[in-house]
Design a protein around this ligand. Structure first.
Ligand code: SF4
Length: 291
């Protein structure tokens, strides 16, 4: 059988050139109100024979793969023993492999022991993508994230202590105009408390048919204007305290692409925000925004 992925398939932008292997299908939570990614996909962890067959097929097509991304949603939820088997086999079968990435939820880290997480780190997981979304419990509840800020921080610390580097995302505009300041300040506080290796901003983009889309149409939720998104990001950056964290807002959903190391480059990024506020022509036009 050939190399085959069960659609739909999602991966972080920085895994665009990675070989994708599905350890799970869908997301074990599948309830966030802004997300339709896996709505029609029933969650399950694939069996070892299925994954083994996928790796055998993939290595014929991509024998020189240097990066592998373990999909779908939160593949970290899979049993540690299964993940270790996968990691061992990909290292054996892909001799040029340099990095393995994976998505995780806080509960995935909290349910594993520190020893399990250490084994996964030593077996080669090199980057974990972790959706914080917001540092405000009020907003996390509103979007049905199913996890609290303290769980996110605890899970993040547990992973990092085991040697797993984190790439955290948050969503500008997730609380709407009303909760914008709370979202900015509390997200800055939560990100600072975790102090990940990477931090990325996405901007709220409501998919058609999502729970949030229905709220928007009923007038129960409002999107930020482009200017408000910049002001929210500005407050967030003003309140952040990070050490050597690579920050990016270059995802297609954002109005202003920024890149730098926090906190070192914070003032430069704040100056760029001020420049864009004074000259909105610097912003990405609406028709070029996407997920
Ligand atoms: S945890 Fe991620 S993939 Fe799952 S529903 Fe929420 S945003 Fe979507």
């Amino acid at each position: 059988m050939g190399y085959y992925l069960v659609p739909p398939v999602y991966r972080p932008p920085s895994e665009a050139h990675s070989l994708i292997l599905q350890v799970t299908l869908g997301c074990s939570h599948n309830a966030c109100s802004f997300c339709v990614a896996y709505k029609g996909k029933k969650f399950r962890v694939k069996t070892w024979p299925e994954i083994e067959a996928d790796i055998e097929a993939a290595k014929k097509y991509y024998p020189n793969a240097t990066r592998i991304f373990l999909a779908d949603g939160n593949a970290m939820v899979a049993d540690t023993g299964l993940l270790l088997k996968v990691l061992e086999k990909v290292h054996r079968d892909f001799p040029y492999l340099e990095r393995i990435g994976i998505y995780a939820r806080a509960s995935d880290f909290l349910e594993k022991t520190p020893e399990d997480l250490k084994k996964l780190s030593e077996a080669g997981i090199g980057l974990v993508y972790y959706g914080l979304e917001s540092g405000s419990d009020r907003i996390l509840k509103m979007i049905h994230k199913g996890e609290t800020v303290s769980q996110m921080i605890e899970g993040g610390h547990k992973a990092m202590e085991a040697g797993l580097p984190l790439s955290i995302t948050f969503i500008i505009g997730l609380g709407g105009p009303e909760l914008s300041e709370e979202h900015a300040k509390e997200t800055a506080a939560a990100a600072s408390a975790i102090n990940p290796a990477y931090l990325s901003a996405l901007t709220m983009f409501i998919p058609e048919g999502s729970f949030m889309d229905r709220k928007l149409k009923r007038g129960e939720f409002k999107l930020l204007t482009p200017e408000q998104t910049l002001r929210e990001l500005k407050i967030l950056l003003e309140n952040i305290l990070l050490e050597n964290c690579v920050f990016r807002s270059n995802h297609a959903s954002n109005y202003l692409p920024l890149k730098g190391v926090l906190n070192r480059d914070r003032d430069k990024m704040l100056a760029m925000i001020d420049k864009a506020l004074a000259n909105p022509r610097l912003l990405r036009p609406e028709f070029l925004r996407g997920l």
